[in-house]
Structures are given as structure tokens and as C-alpha cells.
Design a protein around this ligand. Structure first.
Ligand SMILES: Cc1cc2nc3c(=O)[nH]c(=O)nc-3n(C[C@H](O)[C@H](O)[C@H](O)COP(=O)(O)OP(=O)(O)OC[C@H]3O[C@@H](n4cnc5c(N)ncnc54)[C@H](O)[C@@H]3O)c2cc1C
Length: 452
């Protein structure tokens, strides 16, 4: 499905070289990329895949995004409608460290600064300043704006088993459905992660790409020998709850939770997104340890005893975090629980050549995502995902004959622990990486020996 008709291009965020290329007449652009792929299949319509496709288009390469999202693309940076309000059920805000990305967000018309943000500590709410942005229509509104003009095929799950294959030197994407159609492309980009990406590439000839996509799930990084790191994701519960106005505190709109081990984040979508409504809708995000301890099949959670147990435990944790009397949130008029089974990368791919993506020239396949980040402060963020997609696109359009970020092993790159909190510069060390059991709290504990 064509997502949005192409509007005139606005490119305030392009690097000078890329901007020049994008201003070229179409014939010149085609010539510039004549030696590289002309068509690219991007599997995954999160921020990384959309950014990659958009920049490829700007550089004269035709890109098609395949995404599972039923309501729209965006992946972990999407929003949903719930109880008549826009709610952010995963990503909460954007922090920027890269000047071009900051300019893109600030000039998008879809974002505004996050207000009344801080940390819930033992002595109460501590406000914090910083360059953080929220979507006027939720995080999904920012993503839609950034993806304007991108060709997205929505509600398509490229099957992990033989969904991607090589035929006569080009990549074939199998489209599920009664027609069992396949579409051919000069190159492919994997812009999603977890078991699905691992399986999708397992029977392709691109062995080094598949090796990078092998995935562990954990709440903390436990292996500590040099060079043996593996891509590792945690699991996080997201609980939406609706309460009458005046029940929850009004002194903050959004906060990292540091006074309650079950929780990591609490925000009022009503206040954060400045929505006028009779009731307030809040988002609580669990700690990774809690997510792991209560792991359940995410598609079949609804109506189960596990769902009821997790909701009860998380509501009680919210009461403790904001010092409400026990049982106050029994007044919640509605709840909605979701498990993000592949939530946040807790290791990032630090490639030897310090690229924010991987590309195999022999097989014409690349990887983009929030976990490919040369910058420790921004790994596992929307910004990291965007930059990864953009930089991979620029490489494909200009240097397709050169490998980048792909080398594994002792002399290659390494998976190293993520320690920042969504681009906050690590002011709360490892907000999303729980300390390894038995090693105590604190930055870096139990992680010695990792190559950086
Ligand atoms: C609970 C939570 C809170 C977060 N909060 C923040 C925050 O406040 N700030 C921040 O900067 N970051 C935050 N993040 C991280 C941020 O959401 C991610 O870094 C970013 O969205 C990753 O984008 P991506 O494109 O790399 O991956 P994804 O968003 O995961 O995109 C991958 C896409 O591929 C699709 N897909 C998967 N398999 C297939 C297939 N076989 N065929 C087709 N499509 C497929 C998926 O459905 C998805 O749409 C949060 C993440 C979570 C889980």
C-alpha cells in the first residue's frame, strides 16, 4: 500500500553531499547510482527501515518497505488510540545528540519539547531539564511525518521461512497470501531484529549477516569474555491504565521511576500530549527483570491469569512509586497490558570501522536498526535507528561495492553493553539494563572484559 503521496521534498537534515545528490535532476541521480542497486526491499517499517527507504528515494534508488504493522508503520515508535486518547505504548520521547537529526525533529511540525519531566526518587519527584521531544500526536505522529512519501506495503509479514531468497543474483521477497506472489529486488535491507530476523536470513547465502542477527534474550548482560558478545534484547511490560482526574499526582507528566524495582517509567499520556479529556490515561513500563520473570506468550496474554497477576503487581507498584494509599488504583476504569517481547537491545553492535549499519557487498544485503550504533550514548533509541537507516542508504547509493560494519570475530567488531537511557547521556546508568544478579548495582559492574 502506498502510505502517502509524495509531497515536495524538504531536506534540512541532509549532509551537504547527500543534499546535493537529492537536488540532482532525476537522470543525473540515476547515473550516480548506475553501478549500485536500483531497487531495494526493506523488511521492517520501524524508524530504521523508513529512514533507509526515504533516504534511498532521495538518492534516486527505488525502495519498498514491507511492514507487519496493521494500523501503520513505526514499530516500537508507534502510538495507538485507546479510550479516546492517543497513547504512547512503547517509545516515550526523543532525545537528540546529532545536529541534523535534532533539526529534522525540531522542524518537523510534529514534535514539541517534553515538559514536566524528571525522576521519581525516594524523596519524591525531581524535575530535570534537557533536550527531549514528544509527538504532538504521539510518537507515531512524528514517525508518520518522517516517513512521508515512502512506499510502504503495510500489514505484510515476510515469512521467516523462505520469505527472503536469492534467485539469479537478485533478492526475492515472498508475499504471504493466496497468490503467494514474489517480488524481485537488486538488494535487501533487514530493518528488524529478534528471532524473526535471525530465521529470515538463516537459509540465505549471506552468512555473515545472519551471524550478526543471532539473538539472545536477557534482562542483564551476563557473558563477559572479550569478543564473545551476542546481540541481546530484553522484555518489558507496558501497562495502560485509565483513572479519574485528580487521583494520580499532577506535579509531573513523565518520569523515570527510580524508587520502585518493578517499574522504570511512568507518564500521563493526557498531560504529556496535552489532551483534554474527562479521564487520564497513563503508561507504566516495567523493569526488564520483571518482564523476564513474568514472561508469557505475548500474542495469547489477553484474558489469562498471568495478565491479571501482572496488572495487579504493576498497579500496586505505581501506587508505591507515587505514594498513593494501597488499593487506590483499584479505581482504574480500564487497563490494557502488552508485553514487548523484543523490547530494547541491551548490547549494541560496535563495528570495527565504526559504522552505524552493516553491509555485505558480495550479497547486496544490509542491516539497519537501533542496535547498530557507534555512539554509546544513543544506542537503543529512535535517533540511533534513524541514523542507522540513513547511513546505510547513503552507503548503498554511493559505495555498494564496499563492505561496511560486517566483520565479526576477534579482529572485528563486538557486541558491547548499552548503558544509556534513551540518549540521556546515561544520567541514570543502565535504566533499561538491569544489574547482573549477585553483582550489585552500579555502572559497569559485572561487565568487565567487554571489548568497546
Ligand atoms: C517499551 C519501550 C520504550 C521505549 N522508549 C523509548 C524512548 O522513550 N525513546 C527512544 O528514543 N527510544 C525508545 N525505545 C526504543 C525505540 O522504540 C527503538 O529504538 C526504535 O523504535 C527502533 O526502531 P527500529 O526501526 O530499529 O526497530 P522496530 O521499531 O522494531 O521496527 C521493526 C519493524 O519491522 C517489523 N517486522 C518485523 N518482522 C517483520 C517481517 N518478517 N516482515 C515485515 N515486517 C517485519 C516490525 O513489526 C516493526 O514494525 C523504546 C522501546 C520500547 C520497547
Amino acid at each position: 500500500m502506498e502510505l502517502v503521496a509524495s509531497p515536495p521534498l524538504r531536506l534540512p537534515f541532509l549532509a551537504p553531499r547527500a543534499a546535493r545528490a537529492a537536488r540532482m535532476p532525476r537522470w543525473q541521480r540515476a547515473e550516480a547510482s548506475a553501478s549500485g542497486p536500483r531497487t531495494v526491499a526493506v523488511i521492517g517499517g520501524g524508524v530504521a527501515g523508513l529512514a533507509c527507504a526515504k533516504r534511498l528515494g532521495e538518492l534516486g534508488v527505488s525502495a519498498t518497505v514491507f511492514d507487519t504493522g496493521k494500523r501503520g508503520p513505526g514499530g516500537r515508535a508507534s502510538s495507538r488510540q485507546w479510550r479516546g486518547q492517543v497513547v504512547d505504548h512503547a517509545s516515550q520521547f526523543i532525545a537528540t545528540t546529532d545536529p541534523e537529526f535534532r533539526e529534522l525533529i525540531a522542524s518537523s511540525g510534529a514534535a514539541r519539547p517534553l515538559q514536566r519531566f524528571g525522576r521519581l526518587r525516594k524523596d519524591g519527584f525531581q524535575p530535570e531539564d534537557g533536550d527531549r521531544w514528544v509527538g504532538i500526536q504521539g510518537m507515531g505522529g512524528i514517525v508518520s511525518k518522517l516517513a512521508e512519501g515512502v512506499n510502504v506495503r503495510q500489514d505484510i509479514w515476510v515469512p521467516p521461512s523462505n520469505g527472503l531468497s536469492v534467485e539469479d543474483g537478485s533478492w526475492s521477497v515472498a508475499i504471504p497470501g493466496p497468490t503467494r506472489a514474489t517480488e524481485r529486488f537488486d538488494a535487501a535491507v533487514i530493518a528488524h531484529n529478534g528471532k524473526c530476523a535471525e530465521r529470515l536470513t538463516s537459509s540465505t547465502p549471506a552468512r555473515e549477516v545472519h551471524a550478526l542477527l543471532r539473538t539472545n534474550f536477557a534482562a542483564s548482560v551476563t557473558r563477559a569474555q572479550p569478543g564473545c558478545g551476542r546481540f541481546t534484547l530484553n522484555q518489558i511490560y507496558s501497562l495502560l491504565f485509565e483513572v479519574p482526574k485528580g487521583l494520580m499526582p499532577t506535579d509531573f507528566a513523565a518520569a523515570f521511576v527510580e524508587n520502585e524495582p518493578i517499574l522504570r517509567w511512568l507518564s500521563s499520556n493526557t498531560a504529556k500530549l496535552q489532551q483534554s479529556a474527562e479521564c487520564e490515561v497513563w503508561t507504566a513500563l516495567s523493569s526488564p527483570s520483571f518482564g523476564k520473570q513474568h514472561k508469557a506468550p505475548q500474542e495469547f496474554l489477553e484474558g489469562t491469569a498471568k495478565e491479571a497477576e501482572v496488572i495487579e503487581l504493576m498497579l500496586a507498584a505505581v501506587e508505591r512509586a507515587v505514594a498513593l494509599p494501597s488499593g487506590s488504583l483499584q479505581a482504574a476504569s480500564a487497563t490494557k497490558l502488552q508485553l514487548w517481547g523484543a523490547a530494547l537491545p541491551i548490547t549494541r553492535w560496535a563495528s570495527r570501522d565504526a559504522t552505524d549499519f552493516a553491509w555485505s557487498s558480495a550479497h547486496r544485503i544490509g542491516i539497519a536498526g537501533d542496535w547498530l550504533s557507534s555512539c554509546p550514548e544513543r544506542a537503543s533509541t529512535i535517533e540511533a535507528a534513524w541514523l542507522s537507516g540513513v547511513r546505510l542508504a547513503e552507503h548503498i547509493a554511493k559505495q555498494p561495492a564496499e563492505d561496511a560494519g560486517i566483520q565479526l570475530g576477534e579482529s572485528g567488531g563486538a557486541f558491547v553493553p548499552v548503558e544509556a537511557d534513551f540518549g540521556g547521556g546515561g544520567s541514570a546508568p543502565g535504566a533499561w539494563v538491569d544489574p547482573e544478579k549477585g553483582k550489585g548495582k552500579g555502572k559497569g559492574k559485572g561487565r568487565k572484559g567487554w571489548k568497546g
